[in-house]
Design a protein around this ligand. Structure first.
Ligand code: GRF
Length: 200
């Protein structure tokens, strides 16, 4: 089977990008790193591994739709099978989501549907839950609402601060994002309604 052609979208440090690169997933080829942030450290990580980079700053566009129409044009020659959002700090509009229907995945630092949106670790601490975690999901037209592929739990201890909790969450992210991408790229799952089911 051909390797899945994957683009990783990142806006910041890119530790998840690094974890995906380091996992050396045999069923994918990372053909592009895309960023909206010219200063993202993810750019260096991509260059260190000879992965092509496209930088398109959203600030140069009037609307989300205009920005995404341009992204779609730029992505076209890469013939992508999958877009992996790894700390991409822009909410996608239906323009991009529809162009890549069921081909975009995201990682969220909480157990969805709890604590969607931003500052999820802080939200979990303030709520007082004893467990939070990490969710990998397909991206639909809502915010953090798409079908769930994998989840993993993280315990919140009394001594945890937002920083210590984020460290624990990141560690789990780096383990489960490559695992989820491997699942998708080996075509072992199917989406039935909201449920993502293992085929075998
Ligand atoms: C991760 O915590 C991820 O859950 C969230 O953004 C963060 C990205 O971190 N969507 P990094 O850039 O991969 O280090």
């Amino acid at each position: 089977m051909d390797k899945m052609r994957v683009a990783v979208f990142a806006s910041g440090s890119g530790t998840n990008l690094q974890a995906i690169i380091d996992a050396e997933i045999q069923t994918i080829q990372i053909v592009l790193v895309f960023t909206n942030n010219p200063k993202a450290y993810a750019i260096e990580r991509a260059k260190n591994h000879n992965i092509p980079v496209e930088v398109i700053d959203h600030k140069n566009y009037q609307t989300r739709e205009e920005y995404e129409k341009h992204i779609i044009e730029v992505l076209d020659p890469y013939k992508l099978d999958l877009i992996v959002l790894a700390g991409f700090m822009r909410i996608l509009s239906p323009v991009l989501v529809r162009a890549y229907k069921n081909k975009i995945v995201n990682i969220h630092p909480a157990l969805l549907p709890s604590f969607p949106g931003i500052n999820s670790a802080r939200q979990a601490l303030e709520y007082g839950v004893k467990y939070t975690g990490v969710t990998v999901h397909f991206v639909d037209e809502g915010v953090d609402t798409g079908p769930i592929i994998l989840q993993s739990i993280v315990e919140i201890e009394d001594k945890d601060t937002e920083e210590s909790l984020l460290r624990k969450i990141h560690k789990v992210e780096h383990r489960i994002y490559p695992k989820a991408i491997e699942l998708i790229s080996s075509a072992d799952i199917e989406v039935i309604g909201r449920r993502v089911i293992k085929k075998y």
